[in-house]
Design a protein around this ligand. Structure first.
Ligand code: FAD
Ligand code: FES
Length: 263
């Protein structure tokens, strides 16, 4: 079975109430909003655009994976790293304020034959959290690498959602060691694979690690997005099968179907 299908979701704008806005480390934030109509539409792999201000500045929303959904409460959360103006504004959002979200967009992550291993660097884990929570029987192992000291709160939040995650820290200050590359599975069975997401350096290291098993390694790529519904072509990835839009065509790319500089 394929790891993805094309998305056919109708995306809309929703005014949501901020119910939680938390700094998890210097640069990591966790934003929870209440909006039952949107929460009910979320699927594993779903993303939303966050419009962090009341005005049209910035004009474009910022894309984020939905890290968690609480259907009973009608809430959804994104986990984000502060990079620039939009994410700095997100860090200023406080409970009780309204924020506009557009979504859901993206391509559903589906359970596949066999089990998946998940390897993530930092905030890249957000893409897979809801899948791992919804389909534990389809998830073999989850490996998360973070810088270390200062990231304890971020890691605790991830473990609250998915306690099985194996943690690795660059500085070795906590977790199971300083490199997941010592334990990532190799020589995988026919149906086993690795789904991954993280910064370019991490993806490049995975490419090298799985140079002999390129057909087993999949990664989520990061592109600038303007619309989220397939119209702007801002998120196009060049693949062996032609150009693919991240927002509507394909979420995960197999290492042997994209050029080495796509990361
Ligand atoms: C499908 C998708 C899902 C994503 N999910 C998450 C998530 O769950 N958590 C998370 O923290 N981030 C996620 N991102 C990345 C996130 O959208 C960007 O970090 C964010 O838009 C930056 O906004 P900004 O206004 O703070 O930065 P800007 O002021 O727009 O840019 C600041 C710096 O960040 C770089 N940058 C901006 N956007 C991106 C991008 N998309 N990829 C790489 N570099 C970028 C710029 O080149 C610039 O150097 C996702 C991106 C995509 C495409
Ligand atoms: S974000 Fe516009 S086409 Fe994908």
């Amino acid at each position: 079975m394929s790891d993805f299908i094309s998305s056919t979701n109708k995306i809309e704008d929703f005014m949501c109430l901020v119910t939680g806005s938390e700094k998890l480390s210097g640069r990591m934030g966790w934003l929870t909003v209440s909006c039952r109509d949107l929460a009910e539409k979320i699927f594993p792999g779903a993303c939303v655009m966050v419009f962090p201000s009341d005005s049209n500045d910035p004009l474009l929303g910022r894309p984020f994976a939905v890290a968690d959904v609480d259907i009973e409460k009608g809430e959804l959360s994104v986990c984000y790293m502060v990079l620039g103006r939009g994410t700095e504004m997100m860090m200023q959002l406080i409970a009780g304020k309204e924020v506009r979200l557009r979504g859901p967009f993206g391509v559903p992550l589906l359970p596949v034959d066999g089990k998946v291993n998940i390897a993530a660097g930092g905030v890249g884990i957000a893409t897979f959290l809801y899948f791992a929570k919804k389909y534990p029987e389809k998830t073999a192992h989850i490996y998360l690498g973070v810088p270390g000291k200062g990231y304890e709160k971020f890691v605790d939040r991830i473990l609250e959602l998915v306690p099985e995650v194996h943690i690795f820290t660059d500085d070795g200050s906590f977790g199971e060691g300083n490199s997941m590359f010592k334990v990532l599975p190799k020589n995988m069975d026919e149906n086993e694979r690795v789904w991954s997401s993280g910064p370019p350096g991490f993806i490049n290291a995975l490419r090298k690690h799985y140079a002999d098993e390129k057909d087993k390694l999949y990664f989520a790529l990061d592109k600038r997005m303007a619309c989220g519904y397939g119209g702007c072509m801002g998120c196009v990835v060049k693949t062996n099968n032609g150009p693919k839009r991240l927002c509507v065509d394909q979420l995960l790319f197999r290492a042997d179907e994209v050029a080495d500089d796509e990361n």
